[in-house]
Every structure is written in C-alpha cells, then in structure tokens.
Design a protein around this ligand. Sequence first.
Ligand SMILES: Cc1ncc(COP(=O)(O)O)c(C=O)c1O
Length: 384
Amino acid sequence: MTQSSKVAFTTIPSPCFVLDQVRLEQNLAVFERVQQEAPIKVLLALKAFSLFHSFPLVQRTLHGASASSLWEVQLAREKFGKEIHVYSPAYRHEDMPSILTYASHLTFNSMSQWERFYPFIERSHCQVSLGLRINPQYSPVKTMLYNPCQPNTRLGILPEYIGDRLPKGVEGFLSHNLCESDSYALEKTLSHIEYFFGHFLSQIKWLNLGGGHLMTHQSYDIAHAIDVLCAFHNRYPHIELILEPGSAIVWETGFLLATVQDLIPTSDLTHAMLDVSFTAHMPDCLEMPYKPVIRGARELEEGDKVYRMGGSSCLAGDFIGDYAFCDDLSIGDRLIFEDMMHYTMVKSTMFNGVVHPSIGLLKKDGTFELWRQFSYEDYRARLG
Ligand SMILES: Cc1ncc(COP(=O)(O)O)c(C=O)c1O
C-alpha cells in the first residue's frame, strides 16, 4: 500500500470524526465574501452540524444559528449566541415558553400552529420576531427524501392558506426547498416566491431562504448568487435576506477515520470489516444512498481485487462498496472516509453498542486536538 492510501495519523484514536481547521476556514471565507458583497446574513443550520467546540471559529463569520428543536435552541444560546432563528415542523406546547426565552426569530410551519401559539406569544410580550414557512412550490431536488416541496408535503404553507393579508404579528417568511443546489436554483426559488407570495412581500421584514445553498462547492457560481441576491434586494430593499446553510459551511472540511479489523474473503470479493458503521455513523450513505469517497481508494477496473466496506453493526445491509486499492488492505490499516462533517455526528447513533467515534480537530499546525471520546457510560446513559 502506498503512503497516500495508508494513512497513519497515529495520534488520532480510531474511529474518529476529524474536523480540518484549514478547510473550515476556507469555507468560512466564502461566506465572508458573500456577506460582504450581497445584502445577506448567513446563519449556521445546527441540524447539519452542531459541533460546538468549533463555534468560536464559525462565530467570527456567521451572524447566528438556526435551530429546529428546543435542545438545538438551547445549544445555540449556550454555545453560539448572536441571532437564533428557530423553525420546527411542529412545536410542542410545553417547549414554547423556553424556546421564547432563547429565540430571536421563530417560524411556524402551518397556520394551525400559528393560531395555536400566537395568542400566547402576544400575551407574553417577548421580543421574538415571528414568521411563517412558505412552500415556494419549486424544488430542484430529485431525491424525495430531501425534497420539501413534494406533492402533499407537510413542510411549508401554500399561499391560499394564508388569506389575503398576513395575520397580525407575522414579520417574515422562511422558504427551504434546496439541497446541495446551485445559484440558478436560488434564482428560480426567488422568482417562485415573487410569483406565489408577491402580494405579501410588502408586508414582511425578513426572508430566510433556508439551506441547501452549496456555495463552497468548487462549481458554485458565487458571483451569480451575489447578483441574484442584490437584484432581489433592489426590488425589495425593506426585506432583510437571510440564508441558513448547514452542509455548505462544513462541506469537505473533515473525515471519519476508521480501522480495518478483519478481512473476509468470499467468492467474488473481500469484506473489509471496519470499526465504523454506516447505519450508526454515516447514515446518509444508506438513506440517500451514496458511496462515500475513501482516500486512496478508486473505482473498480477490470481485474481489480474488490473490497467491500463492512460496517461494525449486525445489520445485514450495513456495508458500502465496492472499491479498489492500489495495494492490498491489511488488518490494522487506517481508512479515511472523506467529507464526513455534515449530517454525520448529528445523526449518529449507538445502535448495537458499536464504539462511538471520537471527535477532534486537525489544527492549522498539523497537530491533532482530541475534543471528545465516548465510553460505555455514554451508551448506557441514553438507555435509562
Ligand atoms: C429549514 C431548514 N433550514 C436549513 C437546512 C440546512 O440545509 P443544508 O444543510 O442542505 O444547507 C435544512 C435542512 O434540512 C432545513 O430543513
């Protein structure tokens, strides 16, 4: 095996989610530019990435965080500060008083939730700015699991449910319809919002365009996005524009380090049994599904030895493949699953009691700082 494919970060425990500071700062620089050149505020969507040890880095650039539950709001208030925009598909009555103490902005997913909570909020005289999630009736997302505008969606309000005028107290709209999308999808979203909700736009103070803006992808046309946002601002100068990306903030900013524990040959391939699980630690690989990039591995060519990555749980489908490596894998080899910061740590479980990946930072100077290691007590504490 070559040096490039045989990774030897010996100071990093395996398994481990490793955030790369250099890459994170590069991504933040992109949002710095967008916020300088377009009239826009960018928030971090905690649902995608809530590794709070990194918040001191992120806070320097972003205006706040967006949260989708009481616990996310609490984390945002405790660890992020600044503006905290909250949206949940359905608020629980018992959570609302606490949410109101932490949130700066609060968005409702349906008119019935609005009607249920507005009288209470009005009586409480809190300073929260209130909004409604609208359905722009457009999404470029082909995978239904991630398409918020699919037919009969439960996410967002259609214009006909709002009535002729916005209810008293509504100050903003949230629209979230994108996923790993480009600037042309952003442009089309805005034109749909103008078409379907244009008669309300003179009445709102802010428009949150949600997440899914993959501005840190190399092919994203930042200049075009800036033009689109500036043009909208020129048409509606009274509306504050907000984005709340998650994936784009930490796109390609870190990896999941794993170690080969066993090699099991079958008639057609060899299973590389790992100390990580796809279902427990990289669930999107199975849900979407997609095949993650492994550093040093490549797509199969005729005659290659075939390796299938076997997860450490007993789930029959906990595997991903197939890959080829320049040199044969050995037990003890370390593998790097690339781009494992967004929707990984936040979605991971301790299913099967499999060892939970540690979390740490690869610092600018190349040294590693361990932030968290998990124990049997952590596993037990979740169950009772
Ligand atoms: C309302 C809302 N805002 C923001 C996001 C973040 O999206 P992304 O991580 O694709 O940028 C999501 C993702 O589901 C969302 O539902």
